[in-house]
Design a protein around this ligand. Structure first.
Ligand SMILES: Cc1cc2nc3c(=O)[nH]c(=O)nc-3n(C[C@H](O)[C@H](O)[C@H](O)COP(=O)(O)OP(=O)(O)OC[C@H]3O[C@@H](n4cnc5c(N)ncnc54)[C@H](O)[C@@H]3O)c2cc1C
Length: 482
């Protein structure tokens, strides 16, 4: 018997639960149990007592009280991309929403209803069939659910805001298994909280997004320069961006060059600087606008040009596929200053894995235009979000890569906006507390209802959690591993 074996009484109760569901209950030893508990980051190896593979809201409404009755912590899985592995919990109940991946687009209203198991590719493909899109991330296998609940940043954010700025409503099962719709008009406190507050306010069973006209063809792609040029190239794009239209978005990446066909073989595996860029508007206008950057200095190669937005959205998927060990940290930066660039380049030169990367996404524009307290997302003033992404395969190498990541994270703390992820880090790696993270933006009494969610379910020390059943790990981080 292993320490994670499910007790017999719980097993019996879970099998009975399974008989009431459209979806499935999976227990240790069941055929697909191990596959279901797997998440994107291979460092995460947790063993839930029970996995509920939900097929619809009704399954969620049954699973939540079951967990409460049996005292099980709940972890919710959407796309499974959370780097910290928040989608899976030892000895608790894992609610796997991945089968709920429907996307319904209403081209007249320009809206999409999206299930919590959908990934970005599902949303983009369905929306782009009508020449529509909403801002979301740039790796197409990321889950819509976790990304949205953390705020959601991507190439379209400067033009159309965060993913949550385009959220019209959610259907959500609260901790007492009540099914409610939250929007600006219904349960507005809850709606405020889910927009950037993370995933512990209940289980979202459907998201409704506003869509915008885009493409389907956009002027987009990566341009690559030698690593020695990185300090100049990064200064150039940071300066360009200050006056650029909000259609322009940059994703600079310091990493070893992939064996991409548009790059000469001689640079494959060498450190380079890649600037992925997009003009989210008319492709001809995009070509003119981005020309000064595309032609800056002596690029080694580029794949910039007109292409389907959906293709651009999955262009970097292979670089961050599932199955590798990952340790990621992030900061929000007010600006990409010359000094910050020098620190980044200096650390990049000492990168410990050829699969690792330092990525920065430009923000500002529509993200910064919304009032700071309009949603729970607290980082609107940042000009850039920095991700330090360590990836490797051999568990023996863990310490080396983790140390490199933490060193750079600490070195960049000076340039951080000082909110959010940095505070999380300062609190200590072992007991991060999501409430500290959002303190500046917690306003649960907005409408005078006093609390978010049913009062009697709140743990006494917290105003912000709907349930002590939901995992206590931080929920609103984007990529931080600890
Ligand atoms: C390769 C990669 C690329 C990324 N790119 C971006 C990017 O471009 N932009 C960006 O903003 N972020 C990005 N992220 C971060 C990503 O948004 C978060 O990791 C997010 O948590 C992933 O969502 P998921 O549904 O795939 O994750 P999961 O691990 O399935 O879920 C994460 C957490 O979200 C909550 N959650 C999930 N589903 C529900 C639900 N139905 N109801 C309530 N809570 C729920 C739970 O707390 C869960 O533990 C990226 C991450 C990776 C690994």
């Amino acid at each position: 018997m292993s320490e994670h074996d499910t007790p017999v009484e719980l097993e019996d109760a879970a099998r009975n639960l399974g008989a009431e569901l459209r979806g499935k209950v999976l227990l240790p030893g069941d055929a697909v149990y191990d596959e279901a508990r797997e998440v994107w980051n291979a460092m995460i190896d947790r063993q839930p007592a029970v996995i509920v593979r939900a097929s619809g809201a009704a399954d969620v409404m049954r699973a939540v009280p079951f967990a409460r009755k049996h005292g099980l912590e709940i972890a919710i899985k959407g796309g499974g991309h959370n780097v910290a592995g928040n989608a899976v919990v030892d000895d608790g109940l894992m609610l796997d929403c991945s089968p709920m991946d429907d996307v319904h687009v209403d081209p007249q209203r320009k809206t999409a209803r999206v299930g919590p198991g959908a990934v970005l590719h599902d949303l983009d493909v369905e929306s782009q069939a009508h020449g529509l899109a909403t801002p979301a991330g740039f790796i197409s296998t990321t889950g819509v659910a976790g990304l949205t609940l953390g705020g959601g940043v991507g190439y379209l954010s400067r033009k159309h805001g965060l993913t949550v700025d385009n959220l019209r409503s959610v259907d959500i099962v609260t901790a007492d298994a009540t099914f409610v719709r939250a929007s600006a008009d219904e349960h507005p406190d809850l709606f405020w909280a889910v927009r950037g507050g993370g995933g512990n306010f209940g289980v979202v069973t459907s998201f409704e997004f506003e869509l915008h006209e885009l493409g389907p063809t956009v002027h987009a792609g990566p341009v690559v320069w030698p690593f020695d040029d990185a300090p100049d190239v990064l200064r150039e794009i940071a300066s360009f961006l200050r006056d650029a239209p909000h259609e322009v978005s940059f994703l600079p990446i310091l990493r070893h060059a992939p064996p991409a066909p548009f790059l000469p073989e001689s640079v494959h595996g060498e450190l380079v600087v890649i600037i992925a860029m997009i003009y989210a508007g008319d492709p001809d206008e995009g070509k003119r606008t981005l020309a000064p950057i595309a032609e800056y200095g002596d690029p080694i190669g580029d794949a910039l040009g007109p292409k389907p937005y959906v293709a651009f959205q999955s262009m970097f998927d292979d670089a961050v596929g599932p199955g590798a060990r990952n340790y990621w940290k992030s900061h929000y930066l007010a600006d990409l200053t010359g000094e910050a660039i020098d620190v980044l380049c200096d650390h990049a030169a000492r990168m410990t894995s050829t699969a690792s990367a330092i990525g920065m996404l430009s923000l500002g524009g529509a993200v910064a235009r919304k009032p700071h307290d309009s949603t729970a997302y607290p980082h609107r003033a940042a000009g850039w979000v920095l991700n330090i992404q360590s990836r490797w395969d051999d568990p023996e190498d863990d310490q080396r890569h983790v140390e490199w990541t933490r060193e750079l994270f600490e070195a960049m703390a000076t340039y951080s906006t000082g909110k959010g992820l940095r505070q999380l880090h300062e609190r200590g790696r072992d007991r991060p507390d999501a409430r500290r993270l959002w303190r500046s933006n917690i306003r649960p009494t907005r409408t005078g209802q006093g609390r978010v969610g049913p009062r009697e379910r709140l743990p006494p020390e917290s105003e912000y959690h709907t349930s002590d059943l939901m995992s206590r790990r931080p929920r609103n981080e984007i990529t931080d591993t600890d």
